[in-house]
Ligand binder design. Structure first.
Ligand code: NAD
Length: 281
């Protein structure tokens, strides 16, 4: 049974705009977590590129919501697994906004199958979007951050990257081997990039969501039975909402988090606390 807990409410058009003057790209920003992150960055004062691959009208709706609080936005269609499309997205973004200060590498997919039935196509699709896509976007962002350097009027860092990882960067996931492998890859990619570019005052971190209510995992929460089963994995006994991730992304991208580099912030209601051991294992 879904518990009646207070709603997660974001302040509307907050006055304290932590990201004023910054320019951001959020990939896969027309749905779920990416949508909430793009809106929250916008409401925190950033101008935001809303990347999408299909469903332009959803991207336009996100742009309208960002603009309602006074920030600029730009919807750009690009498949993050295509080098050509990523290069063109970044050059359009820089042309329009002048630079990029924040990348949220959010786009991701699942193509689940029992391991022995997993096709090469299912393996490749997930690795190409979830891992190669993050590599391509991070590389373009780092190039732009290094070209521009620190602009202390805007941020004390030259740039910030947030990779949307998952609890499955550390928790094995039977039936989802391609997905877990992609997120495990994101973890060491993120840490290695962070190590390499830290001297340029560039911060690279991940967010590791647990179970968040979005289209990607609808079967896990849409029926009462599925929700109850899911709650066995969540000590905090509620599903996460996209806004739980969005608020943290704003903070992690801001100068409030300036000394945080090369780490994953798990936002999972305790899913990584080995809930199977709650009653003495
Ligand atoms: P979602 O399906 O709502 O959003 C995924 C977004 O990625 C969509 O906008 C989709 O169009 C986009 N996308 C897919 N392929 C793309 C491509 N080739 N190029 C550009 N965009 C592409 O799901 P979500 O839950 O919001 O997922 C967002 C991220 O959060 C993913 O990386 C996912 O792995 C991660 N995540 C989600 C959960 C959860 O419980 N929902 C948990 C852990 C991690």
């Amino acid at each position: 049974m879904e518990q009646r807990l207070p709603e997660v409410v974001m302040p509307d058009c907050p006055v304290n705009k932590l990201l004023m003057g910054q320019k951001a790209i959020v990939t896969g920003a027309n749905s779920g977590i990416g949508r909430a992150v793009a809106i929250a960055l916008g409401h925190a004062g950033a101008d935001v590129v809303v990347n999408y691959v299909v469903n332009a009208e959803e991207a336009d709706a996100v742009c309208l919501e960002i603009e309602r609080c006074g920030s600029r936005s730009l919807a750009i269609q690009a498949d993050v697994s295509s080098e050509e499309q990523v290069l063109s997205m970044f050059s359009r973004a820089v042309e329009t906004f002048g630079t990029i200060d924040i990348l949220v590498n959010n786009a991701g997919i699942q193509r689940d199958a029992p391991f022995e039935e997993m096709t090469l196509e299912q393996w490749r699709q997930v690795i190409e979007v979830n891992l190669t896509g993050q590599f391509l976007c991070a590389r373009e962002a780092i190039r732009e951050f290094k070209r521009r350097g620190v602009n202390s009027k805007v941020s004390c860092a030259a740039g910030k990257i947030i990779c949307m990882s998952s609890v499955h960067e550390i928790v094995p996931w039977a039936g989802h081997v391609n997905y877990a492998a992609s997120k495990g890859g994101v973890m060491l990619m993120m840490k290695s990039i962070a190590q390499e570019v830290a001297p340029y005052r560039i911060r690279v971190n991940s967010i590791g969501p647990g179970a968040i209510r979005t289209p990607i995992n609808r079967p896990a929460w849409e029926t009462e039975a599925a929700y109850d089963k899911l709650m066995k994995l969540v000590p905090y006994k509620r599903i996460g909402e996209p806004e739980d991730i969005a608020r943290a992304a704003v903070w992690l991208a801001s100068d409030e988090a300036d000394y945080i580099n090369g780490t994953t912030l798990f936002i999972d209601g305790g899913m990584t606390l080995y809930p199977g051991f709650t009653e003495n294992g």
